[in-house]
Design a protein around this ligand. Structure first.
Ligand code: BGC
Length: 911
């Protein structure tokens, strides 16, 4: 175990200047120790070293890797005269794509050079016609997509920093940028920022070997612009049009730009420009997809039921060249609902236009009564609403073929179809997954294929919807940061990947959108200004902050958000009406899309519960603050505790009948009241547990819950001792249930359990039927926390101490059509290292084998739930007393509690 650490930060020639030396600090912490030295200088590279001592006094690690460095950006130096530029003259088409260019001369030897750049819109930057990206130490370049990402542009815009030393030449150089509307001015902005012009801002800072510095900046005197580039139009919802005939070498030195427009200053941005925060949006090569099939058809034959079916011409092995002629359509199936774009190679005559359209589903048999919007086998696109999701490419006619992928849009799709204006062959086509790169280090496998598929579907839902911001869906004309969706899913997300940076960044968007009176918007970044302060949406700020702290242990997320959360609580306190003091937030959404109904009375009850939830979270959050920042927060914690007690009292007067039942009957209201401990005493809570169980059983073990209830149902059932019911729900195959959509062919999580069914076709509510909506994937939280039992410890967050408490499938009776989970194997990549937990029930004798891995410098408490009081427990085939690493253990009739040091342990519980 670690006993001490020491961090040093150095800079200067040979790293000889010590900037910060933490000294030898007595602490077991090995993550999230903030820099605590003097103010850092801008434009400076700092190296860092860590030394660690173990509890025997050995210095066991001294990191002195040359690669351990960080570099500061502009800090408060300003932009050295760089101006926001836009083309001079009339306003351009909304989907126009702008080019900006400038040239400059370098006369001296370069030591290093950086570009700091951003755009009003999304952009790419090129130097001497090479796309600028991140050059890694091994010389490989990775590219950031859809820069600078989405923030609340009224307040905040990020800039990117790139090392461009190898891009520059002594002599003449050219710099170019391409900018499209993106989240700033495209349809997705929903007019939030006015109808603003696109703009570009850059500072190139060149350091010469003689020690001098030169800055090249965007400025109307030296930059020109044009909207006649090869990307002829782009919009996130609509897609992209590219005419390869217009490629011109515009971003190389010596290009003749005499006919280009002048630029002028763009005064459209009034917020703060800050360095990029959080993980980047990139293409993820490890997730690349190749089509599983391709069908060529030409027209369709209608039938008596509607559109009929497509007239298939040929079915291809999708990796083969597909030849198309005018009138043909080819439909590619990527085999997985994914988010990103396609990259393809085509051969054809100059001027031939090829059009790709994207969708998540295909029409099945074309019948109107099944909700089809076209012939069976063609793309089902109605649910995209106004999003055109189309990609058009016009060939320049290169004999060897032309390779293309878009860069100013993204699509949520499993299928794409393609049509042409003239003969053309598609030599290759693949899907590139694009999203915020959150490292995925977990796995989860059971003996049940459908559950395993559900796990993968949840993961794909996260991959697709974590793109700069956490979105509701990636395909239709929304793709917005709806807060209720991430409130439901955030804890699950933390188990799938390292989303610490992603949530830190997004909470900035939430704070930026906070209204004067403290209310949080239901969307972050804020768009659609009227959706504000609604219960189970606006509380996301608190729930995400808390869960992120718990899972990663970085206090700064609490410190950064504390004041904003307090202001939110002050706004909630003003909601006094209808004779009640504690009403909570607005009730626009309630238990969104709940099969058991979502009446206004139920919605208000949910709002009151969420007020209690907030008060309880704020108490815990204040207690954490009190540990580090003293008395003031102890007082706050007490105040929130009192607030919680008062809300609870009023909840009881308002919602608990004299016989102890809830005035608002239903799965979700009982779940909330139990989760938040709103019943007056244990006896009444126990009665409520029995009632909740019977509600679920009388519903044939099916979910009645919407976004709010589904997010907590299995976790709450397990906390109430009803893990068996939770297993019944998980393994349910009838509608509504998680596996129902799996059985209907889902490869992601759907907005509706029955968005599509083999029995009846598409759900009739076409305006709200996304096939990639992660909210219901919240059950993954239960899978990790209860099935695998991997939990952080509130007092030692970030898995410094781990609780491992698997709830095995010990159902006495398995409902018809279900099977027992006999095996779970899961691991989670914590900031302290990989934690693993697996268990297996021996089918012959019922013995259970548990395997755990506890990473270095952590401790763990294993809780084994015993089915039988005469269970015998062994570890590594020995009695517990004989195992090095077992610090203590205690067993009663129901469980065994074992405290462990790092290592691998194998327990058997036998009859
Ligand atoms: C979104 C949801 C969102 C909801 C708010 C929908 O259009 O897709 O996921 O939370 O609106 O009610």
């Amino acid at each position: 175990m670690q006993s001490h650490y020491r961090i040093t930060v150095t800079s200067g020639k040979d790293n000889s200047d010590i900037i910060w030396d933490s000294g030898k600090v007595e602490s077991g912490l090995s993550v999230h120790i903030p820099y605590d030295g003097p103010q850092l200088q801008p434009f400076t590279r700092y190296h860092w070293k860590v030394a660690v001592w173990d509890n025997h006094g050995n210095q066991i690690t001294t990191a002195s890797r040359t690669g351990s460095y960080f570099e500061t950006g502009l800090l408060n130096t300003g932009w050295s005269g760089a101006q926001w530029i836009k083309p001079a003259g009339n306003k351009l088409r909304k989907d126009a794509v702008l080019l900006f260019r400038s040239e400059f001369n370098i006369k001296k030897e370069i030591e290093s050079a950086r570009i700091y750049s951003t755009a009003l819109g999304i952009y790419d930057v090129f130097i001497n016609s090479k796309r600028v990206g991140n050059i890694s130490d091994n010389g490989k370049t990775t590219y950031d997509e859809l820069k600078p990402g989405w923030t609340n542009y009224s307040k905040t815009l990020f800039y990117n920093t790139y090392d461009i030393t190898p891009f520059l030449n002594k002599g003449g150089n050219a710099i170019g940028a391409v900018v499209s509307s993106g989240w700033w001015a495209g349809d997705i902005a929903h007019g939030e920022y006015g109808n603003p012009d696109l703009g570009f801002l850059a500072l190139l800072r060149i350091k010469y070997t003689d020690g001098t510095i030169e800055c090249i900046t965007t400025h109307p005197d030296t930059w020109k612009s044009n909207d006649n580039g090869a990307i002829t139009s782009a919009d996130i919802y609509a897609g992209e049009c590219y005419d390869a005939r217009l490629e011109s070498g515009w971003n190389s030195f010596g290009y003749d730009d005499t006919n280009w427009k002048r630029t002028e200053i763009n005064h459209g941005f009034h917020g703060k420009i800050t360095s990029f925060i959080g993980p980047r949006v990139q293409v993820r090569p490890e997730l690349e997809r190749f089509p599983v099939s391709c069908i060529k058809y030409n027209g369709s034959t209608p039938d008596a039921y509607g559109f009929g079916t497509i007239d298939t011409v040929e079915i291809y092995d999708a990796k083969k060249t597909v030849n198309l002629t005018k009138g043909d359509t080819a439909v590619y199936d990527m085999g997985q609902n994914m988010v990103g774009w396609i990259k393809f190679k085509v051969k054809g005559k100059r001027g031939t236009r090829v059009t790709f359209r994207f969708s998540e589903m295909l029409n099945d048999n074309g019948s109107i009564s099944r909700g089809n919007d076209g012939p069976g086998g063609s793309l089902y696109r109605t649910i995209l609403r106004t999003a055109k999701a189309t990609l058009q490419y016009t060939l320049k006619g290169t004999p060897e073929g032309e390779i293309f992928r878009p860069s100013m849009t993204f699509f949520g799709f499993r299928y794409c179809d393609v049509s042409v204006t003239d003969d053309l062959s598609i030599e290759s086509l693949k899907g590139e997954v694009v999203g915020t790169v959150n490292e995925e280090g977990s796995h989860f496998i059971t003996n049940n294929d459908a559950v395993n598929k559900l796990y993968r579907n949840i993961l794909w839902g996260q991959r697709g919807n974590f793109l700069s911001v956490p979105t509701d869906c990636p395909q239709r004309d929304e793709r917005l940061g709806w807060t209720g969706d991430i409130l439901a899913f955030c804890r699950a997300a933390t188990y799938n990947a390292d989303v610490n940076g992603f949530f830190c960044k997004w909470l900035g968007d939430v704070r930026d959108g906070q209204r004067e009176d403290g209310a949080f918007y239901d969307l972050a970044p804020r768009v659609w200004g009227n959706e504000v302060g609604n219960a189970a949406w606006a509380e996301a700020a608190l729930v995400v902050t808390w869960n992120t702290y718990l899972m990663y242990g970085d206090l700064r997320i609490i410190e950064e958000n504390y004041d904003a959360m307090e202001r939110f609580m002050q706004q909630r306190a003003t909601q006094v009406f209808d004779g009640y003091k504690y009403n909570g937030g607005g009730i626009t959404h309630g238990d969104w899309l709940a099969p058991e109904g979502n009446e206004p009375g139920k919605k208000r009850c949910i709002a009151v519960c969420f007020y209690a939830y907030s008060a309880r979270l704020m108490q815990k959050i204040s207690e954490v603050m009190a540990k580090y920042h003293g008395k003031k927060y102890e007082q706050k914690a007490l105040e929130y505790k009192t607030l919680y007690t008062n809300i609870k009292k009023e909840f009881q007067t308002r919602y608990i009948n004299s016989d102890g039942t809830l005035a608002q009957d239903g799965q979700t209201t009982y779940l909330l009241a139990l989760k938040l401990d709103l019943f007056p005493d244990t006896q009444s809570a126990n009665k409520a547990i029995v009632h909740l169980d019977s509600l679920i059983k009388s519903n044939d073990n099916r979910l009645g819950t919407g976004f709010v209830g589904t997010a907590i149902i299995n976790q709450t059932l397990s906390e109430c001792g009803l893990s068996e019911t939770a297993y019944n729900l998980l393994l349910q195959r009838k509608n509504p249930s998680w596996l129902y959509s799996v059985d209907q062919g889902a490869t992601t999580i759907w907005e509706r359990w029955n968005g599509y069914t083999y029995e009846s076709g598409f759900h009739p509510q076409i305006s709200m039927n996304s096939f990639n909506h992660y909210a219901y994937g919240a059950v993954l939280e239960w899978m990790f926390r209860y099935m695998a039992g991997i939990n952080p410890d509130i007092d030692n967050p970030g898995f410094k101490h781990i609780t491992l408490s698997p709830h095995i499938d010990s159902r006495n009776a398995i409902p018809t059509g279900q099977e027992r989970i006999t095996y779970v194997d899961a691991s989670y990549e914590s900031h302290y290292g990989k934690i693993s937990s697996s268990w297996k029930i021996n089918k012959k004798n019922g013995n259970i084998k548990y395997d755990f891995t506890i990473p270095t410098n952590t401790t763990a408490t294993v809780i084994l739930h015993l089915q039988d009081k005469c269970n015998k427990i062994k570890c590594n085939q020995r009695s517990l007393d004989k195992v090095a690493g077992i610090v203590s253990h205690k067993t009663d009739n129901t469980k065994s509690i074992i405290n462990l040091l790092p290592g691998k342990y194998s327990f058997t519980v036998s009859k």
